[in-house]
Design a protein around this ligand. Structure first.
Ligand code: HEC
Length: 144
């Protein structure tokens, strides 16, 4: 089967949207399959795929943030930190996994390109639509 290896990879990369508190004191990130969302709603995708770490307000304090070694970035200050211009290309390459965020160590920010690709059954234009609409939504959250 053509996709078998790919499926494993996806399963490993899928970001969780839930967090289990269990008996352990430390919260843990639970990996769950990505829920289906509409490629035309940036907000719906953000709430399903990003808010668990970056927070519903995108400021970096989602419920899973405490379980990560590295704090999820504040996504409302992307423009401010980039000389006032929203860095759409950078966000695209982070999502596609083309930009390595850390010089050392493991990367906790999941790569979404292959997940969106699988979800879109290989239709690149749908992948692009997802990324474009996520970008539009995140851009709309920028603080002045
Ligand atoms: C499992 C937790 C997690 C999820 C889910 C997640 N992120 Fe992240 N994200 C991180 C972490 C941690 C960082 C900081 C990593 C670093 O700097 O190396 C980060 C960094 C980023 C950055 C770089 C920000 C900067 O200031 O350079 C962008 C953009 C980003 N995330 C967007 C998203 C979007 C959009 C989604 C949803 C599609 C998402 N993230 C889902 C954990 C997550």
């Amino acid at each position: 089967m053509r996709f078998r290896g790919f499926d494993c990879l996806i399963a490993m990369m899928l970001a969780s949207t839930t967090i289990s508190l269990g008996q352990a004191a430390q919260p843990a990130v639970k990996h769950a399959p990505a829920a289906a969302t509409s490629p035309s709603s940036g907000k719906e995708m953000f709430m399903s795929y990003c808010a668990s770490c970056h927070g519903k307000d995108a400021k970096g304090n989602g419920p899973a943030a405490g379980a990560l070694k590295q704090a999820p970035a504040d996504l409302t200050s992307l423009a401010k930190r980039n000389g006032g211009k929203y860095p759409a290309d950078k966000v695209t390459s982070v999502l596609r996994g083309q930009a390595s965020l850390m010089a050392h160590g493991d990367q906790e920010m999941p790569v979404w390109g292959p997940v969106f690709w699988k979800m879109s059954q290989g239709h690149e234009e749908l992948v692009q639509m997802r990324i474009a609409n996520l970008n539009k939504y995140v851009e709309s959250l920028q603080e002045k």
